[in-house]
Design a protein around this ligand. Structure first.
Ligand code: NAP
Length: 278
C-alpha cells in the first residue's frame, strides 16, 4: 500500500476506509473486516459516529483472517467537541480505545476547531500530552481553516501531522492545501465522493470513460495525484474493493486540471467557522 510520510517520519496509507453514517451493527463489522482482508490498511472512525465498538470487532476479525499484525494497520479516531478541554482529552481517548478494543491509535484528531480559540488551544495541549506520553502515534486536526491553523501554530509546540477536511472537485480548497504544503502538514479529504453526488458529474464520467475506470476510482486517484489522503466510505463489498483498485492507472495533467476546474467552493458539510457541534 502506498503511504505518505508525516513530518515526524511516521507513515499513513494514502487510501483508507471511512465509516461515517455506518451504524454500530454487524454490517459495520463486516465492512471493516472485508476491507482489511482485501488489502485496506487504514480505517477512519470517530467517537461521534457511535460505531467504534463494531469497527473494533471488524478490526479484530480482519486482523485474524488476514493474518497480519496490529502494527500493519493505521487506525484513526476523533475527539468530539463535548470532550474539549485539556483535562478531558485523555479520558475521551481511553473511552475510544476501550470501545475499539485497541491499546493505541495511530492517529487521533480534534474533530472540529469549535468556536472558541482558547478552548481549541487548550484542547490541543491535551492532545500534545497524549503524544508526549507515547499513548498515541500521531496527533492531528480536522476541519481547520488557515486561520485556525495560524492561531494554533502560533501558540503550541507540536504541529498537527494532518488536517482532515471536506475535499472533492466542487471544493478544492486551494488556499488551504497550499498552506498545508508550506507547513508540511498532510491534507486528508472527507466526503471525497461528495457522498456519491460527484459520481454523476458529466466531466467526472467523461474522464472515467477515457481511463476505463469508474467515476469513484477517478475521484480517489485524483485525490492521490493531488497528494491528499483519501478515505472513501462504503459498506458494499464490491465498492470497497473498487475503491482500493486505484494503483494501476494515473490521470494526465489535463485530466487533473479538468477536475480541479469543477470547483464551486461548494460544501456539503458544515462551515468550520460556524460549527459548534450542536
Ligand atoms: N472529519 C469530519 O468532519 C468528517 C466528515 C464527514 C466524513 N468524514 C470521514 O470521511 C469518510 C468519507 O466521507 P463520507 O462517508 O461522508 O462520504 P463519501 O465517502 O464521499 O461517500 C460515501 C457514499 O458513496 C457511496 N459509494 C462509495 N463507494 C462507491 C462507489 N465505488 N460507487 C458508487 N457509490 C459509492 C457509499 O455507498 P455504500 O456505503 O452504500 O456503498 C456512500 O453512500 C467518512 O466515512 C468519515 O470516515 C469525516
Amino acid at each position: 500500500m502506498e503511504t505518505v510520510e508525516f513530518y515526524n517520519g511516521n507513515k499513513m496509507p494514502v487510501v483508507g476506509l471511512g465509516t461515517f453514517r455506518v451504524e454500530n451493527n454487524d454490517d459495520c463489522k463486516e465492512a471493516v473486516k472485508h476491507a482489511i482482508i482485501n488489502g485496506y490498511r487504514s480505517i477512519d472512525t470517530a467517537m461521534i459516529y457511535d460505531n467504534e465498538s463494531k469497527v473494533g470487532e471488524g478490526i479484530a476479525e480482519g486482523l485474524a483472517e488476514a493474518g497480519i499484525a496490529r502494527n500493519e494497520l493505521f487506525i484513526t479516531s476523533k475527539l468530539w467537541l463535548a470532550d474539549y478541554g485539556r483535562e478531558n482529552v485523555q479520558a475521551a481517548y481511553e473511552t475510544s480505545l476501550k470501545k475499539l478494543g485497541l491499546d493505541y491509535l495511530d492517529l487521533y484528531l480534534m474533530h472540529w476547531p469549535g468556536l472558541d480559540e482558547a478552548v481549541m488551544i487548550d484542547t490541543w495541549q491535551g492532545m500534545e500530552d497524549l503524544y508526549k506520553d507515547d499513548k498515541v502515534k500521531n496527533i492531528g486536526v480536522s476541519n481547520f481553516t488557515v486561520s485556525h491553523l495560524e492561531a494554533l501554530l502560533a501558540q503550541v509546540s507540536i504541529k498537527p501531522v494532518i488536517n482532515q477536511v471536506e475535499f472533492h472537485p466542487y471544493l478544492v480548497q486551494d488556499e488551504l492545501r497550499r498552506y498545508l504544503e508550506v507547513q508540511n502538514i498532510v491534507a486528508e479529504s472527507w466526503s471525497p465522493l461528495m457522498n456519491a453526488q460527484i459520481l454523476d458529474d458529466e466531466v467526472v464520467k467523461a474522464v472515467a470513460e477515457e481511463v476505463g475506470k469508474t467515476p469513484a476510482q477517478v475521484i480517489i486517484r485524483w485525490n492521490i495525484e493531488n497528494n491528499v489522503v483519501v478515505i472513501p466510505k462504503s459498506i458494499t463489498p464490491s465498492r470497497i474493493d473498487e475503491n482500493l483498485d486505484v494503483f494501476n492507472f494515473s490521470l494526465t495533467t489535463a485530466q487533473i486540471e479538468k477536475l480541479n476546474a469543477l470547483n464551486e467552493d461548494k460544501r456539503i458539510g458544515p462551515n468550520p467557522d460556524e460549527f459548534s457541534g450542536q
